[in-house]
Design a protein around this ligand. Sequence first.
Ligand code: NAP
Length: 263
Amino acid sequence: MTQNWLGLDGKVAAVTGAGSGIGRAVAIALAEQGVSVVMLDRSLDSLTEAANAVSAVGPDPLLITCDVSDVASVENAASQAGAVDILVNCAGISRPGGIADVSVDDWNSVLDVNMNAYFFTSKAFGKGMLERGHGSLVHIASISGRNAQGNSGAYSVGKAGVLMLSQQLALEWSARGVRSNTVSPGLVRTPMTEAYYNVGDVAARRDKAVPIGRVARPEDIAQVVLFLASDRSGYVTGADIVTDGGFTTTLMSSVPRPGYDEK
Ligand code: NAP
């Protein structure tokens, strides 16, 4: 395998939510491959910190503060970015609340950032890709898009929407040279989820729940994004790569089955 097997050197990628967690790791991993990264997030402070890590391993990134849930802000960012080969949608939020109690504002906020924004960015950055006849869209979904995550407001609903948005984009745009795929992480330790890991033995229990033996690092997700961003996945579109260390294979383990217990 050659060093530049992915062939991403010289490409331009826009990454949303690039100031933190998975988006930050994606920006760094792309830069390591020689990609010029356009980093979008709503906070300039987090973008600046992440940009230092990106510059340390690859081309200096372009930083754009952008509220991805605001269509005008996204269109402005896309025009500032210029020609982009790859879009990675990572920005996301979570809000607690069961269906009986969640406020309409929290419900809508989650859908605005986690789903509607993915439509805004795909449309704004995809326009140039369609004109040039080449591009790759990679959206961070979640295993929660296929498995209802309780007491999390619209989180699962939004992720299910992203899975279908990506399939629809693939259906409509693949013949025009633009592929669309999702990555569905399982449990990942990031600033979004860090608070859970600091409670009692939650970190150890979460590691134990995953067949691979540990919760994911943001870099584990970024490596899968690289493949989908690159032409090495040129025949892959409308697909979802579940990247959960095997966690979603564990359903049958919760069923008591006397005589079949693990020795
Ligand atoms: P994170 O560390 O909180 O990063 C998300 C980034 O998106 C933050 O910098 C956040 O800014 C930014 N963002 C939020 N709303 C925005 C907006 N309106 N405009 C622009 N940027 C905005 O979270 P993460 O864990 O890396 O999550 C990345 C993606 O992976 C999300 O889509 C998440 O749903 C998904 N995911 C995460 C996990 C997990 O276990 N961590 C599992 C499955 C899927 P602020 O910090 O200012 O909010």
